[in-house]
Ligand binder design. Structure first.
Ligand code: FES
Length: 340
């Protein structure tokens, strides 16, 4: 019996990944795992269970015109009471996690170590009590030991492993920075709650333009790890922008995983004028019309809010709108995500 992972993305940004057997309907698998997906007739008649499949192969047993049109089915809509997966799938559920009687999962983890990657960033490595099913690009809330507080960070590692890594900006005086810089030791316990967020890698069907600002590199490392595993023949261009050369981190790891993927170009940019580097300024000074591939590209951006605004303006200035623009704005103490 083959079992597939089905990621359920609820409209409040919470994601739960369920296991669905090859001959099992998605609503039944969800119910078995204590998630009540919207459902009424269970017969393909009412349309209450309609979701959108962003990714994956599947079989739909039966549906009536009243519940879902052929056009909708072609676009990717599915009736989960009639759907059996034939691969791992990602579904957008038009209801909140609370309505579906579920919530982000809390998983205990043990700190394995903290790496001082640069003056401005830490690497945190943890061992999870069990692997967390997430989509590369998503984040979790991580508790800060001894404070009763948590902070949100994107995984920089691939989904499905018991060891997870994060890239964390060093903010002097910040609760997590103080913990990581002064108190953290191997064996400490933290709790990870999630995954969450609409910033995650969609199926790669066109050229990819990825823009990382500072520790906004983290989700792209995770995405590259997944592409390395699954393969893609589309070109990926990653611009990685920081302030000073000393802020560039994880370059070796980036190079290794980019080589594994193939067809990946990594371009670094420094904002500080006094640094000796061939590219200075902001990403908008360097992203070319060719990078935008006449609009036939997906743009992903993870960085501070002004970077998102500048890149959006840049599309207008050069007169090329990408097919999709997904972004995650992060502020020092929080993560905000949106997608257009
Ligand atoms: Fe009625 Fe699925 S529950 S169509």
């Amino acid at each position: 019996m083959t079992t597939y992972n089905v990621a359920l993305n609820f409209e409040d940004g919470v994601t739960r990944v369920i296991q669905c057997d090859e001959d099992e309907k998605v609503t039944d698998a969800a119910f078995r795992q204590k998630i009540n997906l919207p459902m009424d007739c269970r017969d393909g008649v009412c349309g209450t269970c309609k979701c959108f499949a962003e990714k994956g192969e599947y079989e739909l047993e039966f549906y009536m015109d009243e519940s879902m049109s052929d056009e909708e089915a072609e676009e990717g809509y599915v009736l989960t009471c009639q759907m059996t997966p034939e691969s791992d799938c990602v579904l957008r559920v038009p209801a909140s996690s609370a309505v579906c009687k579920t919530a982000p999962e809390a998983v205990e983890a043990e700190v394995l170590g903290v790496d001082n990657l640069s003056e401005t960033s830490f690497g945190l490595r943890v061992k999870l009590a069990k692997p967390i099913g997430f989509l590369p690009g998503q984040y979790v809330n991580v508790t800060v030991p001894g404070t009763g507080k948590h902070r949100s960070y994107s995984f920089s590692s691939a989904p499905g492993a018991v060891e997870a890594t994060f890239l964390i900006r060093n903010l002097p005086g910040g609760v997590m920075s103080s913990y990581l810089g002064e108190q953290a030791k191997a064996g400490d316990s933290v709790t990870l709650t999630g995954p969450m967020g609409a910033f995650y890698l969609r199926p790669i069907e066109r050229a990819q333009l990825w823009l990382a600002g500072g520790t906004g590199l983290a989700p792209f490392l995770s995405m590259l790890e997944q592409v390395a595993e699954q393969g893609s023949d589309q070109a990926i261009t990653l611009y990685y922008a920081v302030t000073r050369a000393a802020d560039l981190v994880e370059l070796e790891r980036l190079k290794t995983v980019a080589t594994k993927v193939g067809n990946v170009t990594v371009i670094t940019i420094l904002a500080a004028e006094d640094d000796a580097h061939e590219r200075k300024g902001f990403v908008t000074d360097h992203v070319t019309v060719e990078d935008l591939n006449d609009g036939d590209c997906d743009v992903y951006l993870c960085g501070p809010p002004p970077m998102v605004d500048a890149v959006r303006d840049h599309f207008g200035k050069v007169g090329v709108e990408p097919a999709n623009f997904y972004f995650e704005k992060f502020n020092p103490t929080e993560v905000e995500e949106e997608a257009t």
